[in-house]
Design a protein around this ligand. Structure first.
Ligand code: MCN
Length: 762
């Protein structure tokens, strides 16, 4: 018999290829005769388009065709991502029609023979703009006298969540201390290494094949069908290797649909790959919330009431970003037992790049808000923030716990996570070191920041249980193929899905191939996002493998002329044998010789799972220059049973770095006219290994009962926990000097200014 490999550090089977021959990305898909698509983009944030003249561009070298919004006027507008929840009057056309609403909005398409000719020709597109006042800031968009960006809507409000008029006047009655503050969860850019791209070709049968980097080919197919007014059956989406996505490659963007349209119109394949500059202004951004937190409780550190009021910047067109507050509200109280809690939100449109999902999508915003609130409260009553957290965490529960916001936490043990993080960090020693530096008046002060979190992973569609399918097939040569509805782009599913099948079938991992991302091969699938893949897609692989063994057992019984009940499966040999007679056996591979041996299974979960954890960040802050350096990050990230610790730790590492980057570095900035000031990596401070320390990861695994693996999601946890821990650490370093809050990113300038104003105050 073989020993289970689940829970072991199997190295990624994907990597030999990536490290030798390299991946095959969308831009590597070369079709004979393909033309190149380039988008001419709006240079102004808000304007009426008087005319778009492409005649000069047409004369430029290599130009085959040029199209404007008028050419595409017959196509539908972009369908809303969450039907029924967002203002229907704020629809985006595939190419700007009468009005442009952000810098970077596509206004014309140039099609060329050579790749770079399009960029040159685009400069010759002459757009006559009647400039309108932009509304750049979300608070400005929400003001009573704001210019209305969609006159047909009559408002800038894209969506509301909760009833702001029904907020309780007496929520904080009886509290000895109440603290309130408006904080910013700034806009950031997902900035995947691979920018957006598309290759499209139409067959003689009228079917479209589109190669697009995405997070789920089936969702991309649905989005293309919606934008092109086509039936999904007429479209095949193929997902080449994807160089990162972080939530921003779900579905499809207008540019993807336009590339498909161009290919049809010109009767030849078309291709597009955007530049980094285009990516930073054209791909959806993330976060972008202004939050007012109010927290009240007693002087002994018990929190009695919490209110979160959210203003969400949706950008120019309401996409998933407009929906983010729904998730923020769902997770508003986090892991705390707060007797009275309220949250409301409003999403507004602004003259900026649309906002979408970005690693954590709505949940990091909830954690950031409540973790800042807890620290503000602790500072106000002069108590240790760890103590205040401990006093307010929900006690351990093993049966589902329903919150006031309707979230059903599957299982949790939050205080143990906090204690483990504090012990691993050496919290007492850190506080002692901090006290010494404070007493000595050191220029470089020490800050210790905490965050406790619970988040939601594997949330399903509005109706029905979250589910995923997998097909497992064993071949006569002893190899196996898995088809999955998930869509890895760095998460290592090929390794882990093979581990799961191997564990059941006894077929070595090296002989198992994972396929995904081809809608003709795998018509259904939920893709990869919301850290759902292992708990649903992985569970489906295990289920399919087990069901395949049931089928094989029957065939083996026929072959061995034995009763199925008398057979045992020997995973070590990948064979069925008659109990007590190991020589009477038949390998799985042979059972696939006469008839294909495969099973498609759909795993359905009872609900979402709620991973949790605690982070401790340690920073040094130079009180003269305002420079903060991240010295340590210690985390407990409990994602239930871990199937491959190597991959789960890799996910935590990436997430922690991204989260720390939001706290310290990253911010998409616009000037007052709506011009993006962070449109290249020279201005957008992408985090690198030099800005972060080696992370210290403590282990904690509380299995969920929602899937047989016991697994919850890990893909976003690092991002959710680390941002507030690092932000809190920076503020904590300066707390004794009177600093109570610094908005993210806590740049040297912001830190220095906070110190100056604290000193001025007194
Ligand atoms: N895993 C495990 N045990 C667990 C949980 C997960 O061994 N208890 C492993 C899984 O087998 C998988 C990996 O950890 O190999 C992540 O699994 P999971 O938490 O299910 O998350 P998904 O695979 O669904 O990934 C989605 C998540 C999201 S939502 C974003 S955003 C994100 C992220 O993953 N974007 C990424 N990680 C990314 N990593 C890379 N390299 N690039 C991105 O764009």
């Amino acid at each position: 018999m073989s020993v289970s490999i689940l829970g072991t550090r199997v190295i990624r089977t994907e990597d030999p290829r990536f490290l030798t021959t390299g991946g095959v990305y969308t831009d590597d898909v070369r079709l004979p005769g393909a033309c190149h698509v380039h988008f001419a983009r709006s240079a102004v944030a808000h304007a009426r388009i008087l005319s778009v003249d492409v005649s000069a561009a047409f004369e430029a070298p290599g130009v085959i065709a040029a199209f404007t919004g008028a050419d595409l006027a017959d196509l539908p507008t972009v369908p809303p991502p969450i039907p029924g929840m967002l203002n229907e009057h704020m629809r985006q056309p595939l190419l700007a029609q009468d009005v442009v609403r952000y810098v970077g909005e596509p206004v014309a398409v140039i099609v060329t023979e050579g790749r770079y000719q399009g960029e040159d020709a685009a400069d010759l597109v002459d757009v006559d703009y009647d400039v309108l006042p932009p509304v750049v800031d979300m608070a400005e968009a929400d003001a009573a006298d704001a210019a209305v960006l969609f006159p047909a809507a009559g408002t800038n409000v894209a969506a509301t969540f909760g009833d702001a008029a029904a907020l309780a006047a007496d929520l904080f009655d009886g509290c000895e201390v109440v603290v309130s503050r408006t904080i910013v969860n700034q806009r950031v850019a997902p900035a995947p290494m691979e920018t957006r791209a598309a290759v499209a070709a139409w067959g003689a049968d009228g079917r479209l094949t589109a190669w697009i980097p995405n997070q789920g080919a089936q969702g991309t197919r649905a989005a293309l069908a919606g934008m092109l007014g086509m039936d999904q059956a007429e479209i095949r989406v193929i997902t080449p290797d994807v160089g990162g996505a972080f939530g921003a490659k779900f579905g499809a963007d207008p540019e993807h649909a336009v590339v498909c349209w161009v290919a049809r119109r010109l009767g030849r394949p078309a291709r597009w790959a955007e530049s980094r500059n285009e990516n930073l202004i054209g791909m959806t951004h993330g976060r972008a919330q202004r939050q007012t937190v109010t927290i009240g409780g007693s002087l002994d550190g018990k929190v009695a009431a919490y209110r979160l009021e959210i203003l969400q910047d949706s950008g120019a067109y309401p996409k998933f970003g407009a929906f983010l507050p729904f998730l923020t509200i769902l997770m508003a109280p986090g892991p705390y037992a707060i007797a009275r809690a309220e949250a409301v939100a409003k999403s507004v449109v602004t003259s900026t790049t649309p906002v979408g999902a970005y690693r954590g999508a709505g949940r990091p915003e909830a954690t950031a808000a409540v973790e800042r609130a807890i620290d503000l409260f602790a500072a106000e009553i002069g108590q240790d923030p760890a103590e205040v957290r401990r006093k307010n965490l929900l006690p351990k529960f093993t049966e589902p716990h329903t919150t006031a916001f309707g979230a059903v936490y599957d299982s949790g043990d939050y205080a143990v996570a906090l204690d483990k993080a504090l012990t691993t960090a050496g919290y007492g020693d850190l506080r002692a070191e901090q006290a010494k530096r404070r007493a000595d008046g050191d220029v470089v002060q020490l800050g210790i920041g905490l965050s406790c979190y619970v988040e939601i992973t594997g949330a399903g569609a509005e109706s029905g249980n979250p589910s995923e399918n997998a097909t497992v097939e064993v071949h006569p040569d002893g190899s196996a193929t898995i088809l999955t509805g998930t869509s890895p782009h760095g998460q290592g599913h090929a390794t882990v899905w093979a581990m799961l099948a191997s564990d059941e079938l006894g077929i070595p991992i090296g002989k198992i191939t994972l396929k995904w991302g081809d809608t003709d091969l795998i018509p259904q699938g939920g893709g990869t996002g919301g850290s759902r893949s292992l708990q649903q897609g992985g569970a489906a692989v295990q289920q399919a493998s087990r069901e395949l063994l049931d089928v094989a057992r029957q065939r083996a019984a026929d072959e061995l002329e034995a009763s199925p009940a008398d057979l045992v499966f020997d995973a070590g040999r990948s064979a069925f044998a008659v109990a007590g007679d190991p020589d009477a056996s038949v390998p799985l591979a042979r059972l696939a010789e006469r008839e294909r041996l495969f099973v498609r299974a759909v795993f359905s979960a009872p609900g979402a799972t709620f991973p949790f954890g605690a982070h401790v960040a340690v920073v040094e802050v130079d009180t003269e220059t305002g420079k903060a350096v991240l010295r340590r990050v210690v985390t407990v990230d409990d994602a239930g049973t871990v199937i491959n610790p190597l991959l789960a730790e890799g996910q935590r590492h990436g997430g922690i770095a991204q989260g720390a980057a939001q706290a310290m570095l990253e911010e998409v900035v616009y000037d007052a006219d709506g011009n993006p000031l962070t449109a290249s990596f020279a201005d957008y401070p992408f985090v690198t290994a030099t800005e972060v320390p080696s992370f210290e990861l403590a282990d904690m695994q509380t299995p969920t009962t929602y899937n047989p693996l016991g697994a919850k999601g890990i893909g976003e946890a690092g991002t959710i926990g680390s941002t507030p821990a690092v932000q809190n650490a920076i503020i904590d370093a300066l707390a004794h000097l009177g600093v109570r809050h610094i908005d993210m990113p806590a740049s040297p300038r912001r830190i220095w200014e906070a110190l100056q104003s604290a000193q001025a105050d007194g």
